[in-house]
Design a protein around this ligand. Structure first.
Ligand code: GMT
Length: 379
């Protein structure tokens, strides 16, 4: 198949997933065209069947806000026409589902039909999509997609609860590439971080409010009283300054490392004992799955799709959102019992295998074929 993939090229989970999906499809022989405003963070363009089309920015002085939706639509029309794409798969509804619908309509005027599949990732429904500034357009664009997928049952349900959806939503879970994410020996790195054999806790995110990283730090303060330990915070974003201030206030700056954005997050996970994800809302929690693939148990909130990924008492523990005591107690329970920790590590890996690229990629391929067979030409 000749497939166009539209996504945000940043470090956000939706862009990561879209990129890994495109690369996997290309390895399976499909021709994959990424259409974004910047090369996606994890895209290696030196791969057979992978193409990258950059959407240009328009900076005409009249525009206070550059009309990205328009330039992206024009680019989609151009790429579908010239590369003879058969399908557009857009990740994150805003504005990609809307833009793809417009491109589809323009192409229809010349007798070319390109079905659109929209994958809902989370905040495009929960935090942002629900906002009246976006919701009528989001609802319309989802209903106008030829196929719609959501990354968890929880996100599907939230979508149905928030909008009048006329389409079937197919749940296709996020996946993990075990060629990249697996436990490797990084003892030298472990020694540098925890020279006296301290336990290592880790959190990875884009440092937005929804991630509640303050809870990670407050829980760590309680854990540190009972267990010699270090905390690594990977990523960057709007909350970082506040979090550094919190570390200073509690006097634990020397035990908490801000590592910034890391290309090789799997190397950090390789030396970690526990992954902490106390999010306010989380449709799936791809970062938690990456940790589990590297045999790191997860202490998370029970928000959104997290209970579908992190199994209470098996791969980690779940706490109510904001319950710092519970996060700390669950962590201490595991960190002070090496036999239990080892069992959870194995269970985390076993659970992660359910979400392997090899299992999930065919679900997308089958869904593409189904949509190509059933899409109604004039929709
Ligand atoms: O919150 C993020 O990390 C970014 C965001 C995105 O859309 O880029 O992530 C969402 O999509 C990821 C991939 O499907 C999911 O794993 C995350 O759970 C989801 N984030 C939220 O729901 C807050």
């Amino acid at each position: 198949m000749k497939i166009g993939i539209v996504c945000y090229p940043t470090y956000g989970g939706s862009g990561v997933l879209a990129t890994e999906l495109g690369l996997g499809l290309a390895r399976n022989g499909h021709q994959v065209h990424f259409i974004t405003y910047r090369q996606p963070a994890r895209l290696n363009p030196f791969q057979e069947n992978v193409f990258y089309h950059e959407v240009s920015k328009s900076d005409y002085p009249l525009f206070e806000y550059a009309p990205y939706d328009t330039t992206l639509t024009s680019k989609l029309v151009d790429v579908v026409r010239n590369e003879k794409l058969e399908l557009l798969h857009v990740h994150y509804a805003i504005p990609h589902a809307t833009v793809a619908y417009l491109a589809k309509k323009i192409l229809l005027t010349e007798g070319r039909y390109v079905p659109v599949i929209t994958t809902l990732h989370g905040t495009d429904i929960t935090l942002v999509g629900n906002n009246p500034a976006f919701s009528p357009v989001v609802e319309f664009s989802i209903n106008k997609s030829d196929g719609v997928t959501a990354v968890s049952e929880s996100l599907k349900q939230q979508t149905l609860d928030s909008f009048k959806i006329e389409k079937d939503i197919k749940v296709i879970y996020n996946f993990i590439d075990f060629d990249r994410f697996r436990k490797v020996n990084k003892d030298h790195f472990k020694k540098a971080i925890a020279p006296n054999g301290e336990k290592i806790l880790v959190h990875v995110s884009n440092f937005r409010k929804v991630k509640r990283i303050g809870d990670v730090i407050k829980a760590f303060q309680k854990i540190y009283e009972k267990v010699p330990s270090k905390l690594m915070l990977v990523g960057d974003g709007p909350e970082r300054n506040k979090l550094e201030e919190l570390c200073r206030q509690i006097g634990l700056c020397h035990e908490i490392r801000f590592l910034g954005k890391q290309e090789m997050v799997e190397e950090v996970l390789a030396v970690s004992d526990l992954f902490i994800m106390p999010s306010e809302s989380e449709s799936f929690g791809l970062a938690a799955l990456e940790a589990m693939a590297c045999q790191v148990p997860v202490i998370s909130s029970n928000a959104g799709g997290l209970p579908e990924v992190n199994i209470e008492g098996v791969t980690g523990f779940l706490s109510d959102v904001g319950d710092v005591d519970s996060l700390a107690q669950s962590s201490i329970k595991l960190l002070t019992d090496d036999t239990k920790l080892a069992a959870f590590r194995i269970a985390a890996l076993e659970q992660a295998k359910r979400f392997s690229l090899d299992n999930i990629l065919p679900e997308y391929e089958n869904y593409y074929e189904e949509i190509l067979r059933t899409a109604v030409y004039s929709s």
